[in-house]
Design a protein around this ligand. Sequence first.
Ligand code: SIN
Length: 250
Amino acid sequence: MTYQHIDVRPIAGALGAEIHGVDFSRDLADDVVAEIRRAWLDHLVVFFRGQSLTPAQQLAAAKRFGDPVEYPFVQGLPDFPVITPIIKLPDEKINFGGLWHTDTTYQQRPPMATMLYALELPPYGGDTMFASMYLAYETLSDGVKEDVSKPKIAEHPIIRVHPETGRKALYVSFAHTTNFKGWTEAESAPLLNYLFEHQTRPEFTCRFRWEPGSIALWDNRCALHNPINDYHGHKRVLHRITFAGDAPRG
Ligand code: SIN
């Protein structure tokens, strides 16, 4: 894929690319936004380095990609309720969202995407991992694809058709999926546990090392993420914006 305005450098075989040549503190031209969006759909999660943004600038940049919405459980910044501060303090042990998941799938219309902007980071650790649910779907055997796609519709389809790319993606996660519709949790557990293990095979993942000023923009419709909680005793602060999404379709 060729780009005229941005420099796209994949960081892993499965998903993830750094995009260079973008300054989100400026008004971005429509064709730059279109190229970023194309790279994002192609790589599932894209990363930007060296940004320096006020909350107003982050929000203005985010609005070029979607419709920011408030996060249901954590209060946003006082003047910017759609910007959720993600903070782990030195004396805290639990990190926000610290397991494999895609965002808030307990909602009927889970967010399309999430933009995370790093402000303050620990001296080591605190990376975020991502996993491609296209690859997770495509590498299932035909038998399992058949089994999970037909009778057992959870609150959302287990296999989701991406509304923009048309590709199928596995749409379960350890954090948010409890059982298949019509099955008890005990009955669902063996197949779900298989899918949870399968969907995070190392070759489906990438790992992002944050720096202050980094931004990650991920597609919740086809990628899982998992922030690694390996920096106890240090502070980590990021500003997060989620974007309105549609009801998943099988
Ligand atoms: C999240 O799950 O949205 C947080 C990701 C992170 O802190 O890296």
